[in-house]
Design a protein around this ligand. Structure first.
Ligand code: SRM
Ligand code: SF4
Length: 564
């Protein structure tokens, strides 16, 4: 590797001894609540981010104190499937070591915020005791593999879940560093003897994300992921998968060289070919991804630069799989289906709205306590959704009433807390923990929704579902560019407003307002709501109406998103 042209992170990875670095030393350094700068890059591969409390950052600086460091820990949960026993373990970890809340993420994982350095090892050990782990939840590797959470067709969804777990295991880093550092595993005599068969010693140029989908729901937002597998169901069984590649959301405001991109459909593969195809996609990106510029290092840019035909032939050559022509499929929405649903085996599942994924007790709405009570009373499973919600899954007919009773007792059932607009909303974490936030998101979106709800009521749209997503910066963690209303933080109290994305997450929104404050956003949306109420055709979604009526541009390729 030419070290003169690669990024600093590449240098850190290559010198880390397969992700060990000086993490061991950093952890026992009593003089700081932080870890060494280079270790902050490596800890991500172990699912751990160093953060500081941004609400008090400048005050600490003024007082010449070290920043208030703490750590965010992300547990990897393929397909978001946890047992109720694991949920109870996560609950006690949140209460004992973190900030007293569980944060469900947009990729079916769980985050804990506010863990201090002194308690990091204990927290990771507790997560591992529950048979979950945090390996590769972050970092330049394949992250948590997503799968559709709602098991409507129980056997198809069950098989897809198995594929997701197998893919997750197949793409796991082989390094024993995690076990050594966090679980006091035995040290290898020579770390050089370790091999990373898929990744090699510098891992991937950038993060990598994979998912499975089962049409007609696109509840995993497959077009935003580096790699996707769309299940093609024929005669009640999975015939194979359409493979998608090159999706991604992150961009930088005003930098036209960066842009969100929707994945392309590459072709069709059989179920037994999934791992070979996935590995070929990953190793192609490993070998051709740009290691000299992290803003140009995702798979989407490799594909844009070299072309899809080149990429397909490279994947076919490496995997030995000749991809077949993609099969027909159709997505109808990228949100969750709420409330009670019965699967084809007769078991019940309740999708519960969790505002912005934050499971906490707030006033009379006691979500953390309520889920604790339901987990204790219910021996099925919980499923975390890519829309930051939670499904109480596998409920027998005879237990349904008891679950309903608990939802009511803790005042957390959907009807009490959310209009269709709110149920189709998501916000990323942003302040106070995210080091990259430029504006509020999780703490602000609920208030903005109150105001939008009033406007929608006035326009006669109270019962309409419109997807609305907010992020505190342009990185796109809540996938705002594929929400019908996307709000992307630009500075304190200011957002770029993107409009006109497809309801199924299949078209990007266009930049409508730049750097707008709340009053500008509300005024613009109110007039569009009124136009929509009067001018929509039967069943037409808000985003489709905006594009058809010419209120916003149709975005065909991500590169165009910066233009107005
Ligand atoms: Fe994200 C970085 C939170 C899903 C694109 N993301 C971050 C960090 C770790 C900030 C940092 O690097 O210091 C945020 C931590 C905030 C905090 O305090 O917790 C963060 N991202 C999240 C979560 C928790 C948002 C949420 O509210 O749920 C999601 C965790 C998912 C998980 O379980 O793994 C999360 N992030 C996403 C998604 C959505 C997805 O993957 O489907 C995206 C867009 C898709 C994509 O990757 O293109 C996303 N996060 C980013 C980026 C931009 C990447 C890029 O290609 O430009 C960054 C910044 C970076 O990597 O440099 C980022
Ligand atoms: Fe942080 Fe930006 Fe991601 Fe929000 S979108 S969590 S502000 S990196």
């Amino acid at each position: 590797m030419d070290k003169t042209t690669v990024t600093d992170v590449e240098v850190i990875k290559s010198g880390s001894g397969h992700l060990r670095g000086t993490l061991g030393e950093s952890l026992v350094d009593p003089l700081s609540g932080a870890i060494a700068e280079s270790d902050t890059q490596l800890s991500k591969f172990h699912g751990i981010y160093q953060q500081d409390d941004r609400d008090i950052r400048s005050e600490r600086k003024r007082q010449k104190l070290e920043s208030a460091y703490s750590f965010m820990i992300r547990a990897r949960i393929p397909g978001g499937l946890v047992t109720t026993a694991q949920w109870l373990a996560m609950d006690s970890i949140a209460t004992e070591f973190a900030n007293g809340s569980i944060r469900l993420t947009t990729r079916q994982a769980i985050q804990f915020h506010g863990v201090i350095k002194r308690q990091l090892k204990e927290t990771i050990a507790a997560i591992n005791r529950s048979m979950l782990d945090t390996i590769a939840a972050c970092g330049d590797v394949n992250r948590n593999v997503m799968a559709p959470p709602l098991p409507a067709l129980s056997s198809v969804h069950g098989t897809v879940q198995e594929h997701a777990a197998a893919l997750s295991a197949h793409l796991m880093p082989a390094s024993r560093a995690y076990h050594e550092i966090w679980l006091d595993g035995m040290k290898l005599a020579a770390t050089d003897s370790e091999v990373e068969p898929v990744y090699g010693s510098t891992y991937l140029p950038r993060k990598f994300k994979a998912t499975f989908a089962v049409p007609p729901q696109n509840d995993v937002d497959i077009y935003s992921q580096d790699l996707g597998f769309i299940a093609i169901v024929e005669n009640g069984a999975i015939a194979g998968f359409n493979v998608t590649v090159g999706g991604g959301m992150g961009m930088t405001h005003g930098d036209a060289a960066t842009y969100p991109r929707l994945a392309d459909v590459l072709g069709f593969c059989e179920p037994g070919q999934v791992l070979a195809v996935a590995e070929a996609v990953v190793t192609t990106q490993r070998d051709f991804g740009d290691r000299s510029n992290r803003r140009h290092a995702r798979l989407k840019y490799t594909i844009e630069d070299r072309g899809l035909p080149w990429f397909r032939s490279e994947v076919e050559r490496r995997s030995g799989v000749v991809l077949q022509e993609a099969r027909e499929f159709r997505f109808v929405g990228n949100g969750d289906v709420y409330g009670w649903q019965r699967d084809d085996a007769g078991t019940w599942h309740y999708t519960l709205f969790v505002q912005n994924g934050r499971v906490a007790d707030v006033g009379e709405r006691r979500l953390l306590s309520g889920m604790r009570a339901i987990a204790a009373a219910h021996d099925g499973e919980f499923r975390l959704t890519p829309n930051q919600n939670l499904i109480i899954s596998g409920v027998a007919e005879s237990d349904k009433q008891a679950v309903d009773g608990l939802l009511r007792e803790y005042r957390i059932e959907n009807e009490l807390q959310a209009t269709p607009l709110r149920r189709n909303s998501m916000a990323c974490v942003a302040f106070p923990t995210c080091g990259l936030a430029m504006a509020e998101s999780e703490r602000y979106l609920p208030t903005l929704i109150d105001k939008l709800e009033a406007g929608m009521r006035d326009a006669g749209l109270a019962d309409d579902a419109i997807t609305v997503r907010m992020t505190g910066c342009a990185n796109g963690c809540a996938r705002p560019y594929i929400a019908e209303i996307g709000l992307v933080g630009k500075g304190p109290g200011h957002y770029s407003l993107f409009l006109g994305a497809g309801f199924a997450g299949d078209r990007l929104g266009a930049l409508y307002l730049d750097n707008a404050d709340e009053s500008e956003i509300l005024a613009a949306l109110q007039s569009l709501f009124e136009g929509y109420a009067k001018g929509r055709s039967n069943g037409e979604h808000f985003g489709d109406y905006l594009v058809r009526s010419g209120a916003v541009r149709r975005i065909r390729v991500g590169k165009d998103i910066h233009e107005r």
